[in-house]
Design a protein around this ligand. Structure first.
Ligand SMILES: Nc1ncnc2c1ncn2[C@@H]1O[C@H](COP(=O)(O)OP(=O)(O)OP(=O)(O)O)[C@@H](O)[C@H]1O
Length: 260
């Protein structure tokens, strides 16, 4: 039966333990098409564990993650076959790593990094693939004449932009991002964030972004989830949570950032 409610991804009762240690515990939420959700919290609060469970990279100890396929059916991410999950990850989803080296093939040219994702979904026409790759390099502000360079000849910010192009070229509906701007200079970070925000809005992408930086969350996300010790302690519209946090922990987090 086709479920007609419009969420794109839904998590319920999602927990992941490492032995006795809590990674994340009893997380539940719905993500809507085109919505950007930021997961914030201090180091060790479970952000990456949660993101990896949501994106099918880490098997949860309990709970379910459901995803609405293009045909409208909701499927449990962990009841998909390995092949189905891989197909989803290559087509409908993107994953932007904090370290671009984890998301790029460093021995392949910039054009190849973008083009190979198209080939993975059946692209065969070399000229068309190269033209699309060029177009995407332009969209992420990488000059045409760098298409044959390898990412190790790129700056950190360029690599991250290339990783974004590689992820978006297949027209995904959902992108997972793990601290995509940290590790970059502040000015580079701001430009990248601006670019990301524009692309996400233009393409109507849904995104789940992990960040420890509330300013990043403020700039890019519609909704915010605050985690502490594996649990979601507060969630709501980003501006609302940041302007008027309700839980003592979120109040502390916001206050600590605002202090000089
Ligand atoms: N592979 C692992 N084995 C054992 N414990 C782990 C493992 N990965 C994470 N943990 C533990 O799970 C908890 C949550 O870690 P997680 O990396 O998800 O937090 P985080 O909020 O992403 O932190 P950071 O911002 O530092 O990346 C921590 O207590 C961490 O020590």
């Amino acid at each position: 039966m086709t479920d007609t409610s419009p969420w794109l991804l839904r998590a319920s009762g999602l927990s992941r333990y490492y032995g006795n240690r809590i990674g994340c515990q009893d997380v539940g939420f719905e993500l809507w098409p085109g919505e950007v959700l930021a997961i914030v919290g201090e180091s060790g609060s479970g952000k990456t564990t949660l993101l990896n469970c949501l994106s099918g990279r880490l098997t949860p100890t309990a709970g379910v993650v459901e995803y609405r396929m293009r045909d409208g059916t909701a499927r449990g991410v962990f009841s998909l076959s390995e092949a189905e999950r891989r197909f989803l990850a290559r087509t409908d989803w993107g994953f932007v790593h904090q370290d671009a080296r984890d998301g790029l093939r460093m021995s392949v040219s910039a054009g190849g990094n973008v083009g190979e994702r198209l080939m993975a979904i059946g692209g065969r026409n070399y000229g068309a693939i190269r033209a699309t790759a060029l177009d995407w390099l332009g969209r992420v502000e990488i000059a045409e004449d760098r298409i044959d360079d390898r990412p190790d000849a790129f700056s950190g910010g360029m690599r991250q932009r290339l990783q974004i192009a590689r992820n978006l070229v297949t027209g995904p509906r959902l992108v997972f991002m793990d601290e995509p701007t940290s590790g970059l200079d502040v000015s580079v970070q701001a430009r990248l964030l601006d670019l990301l925000r524009g692309l996400v809005a233009d393409l109507g992408l849904a995104a789940i972004i992990v960040t420890h930086d509330l300013a990043v969350a403020r700039m890019i996300s519609h909704r915010l989830m605050v985690m502490r010790a594996g649990k979601v302690v507060e969630s709501g519209l980003t501006d609302q949570v940041l302007d008027d946090p309700q839980s003592p922990y979120a109040q502390l987090l916001v206050a600590s950032v605002l202090q000089p």
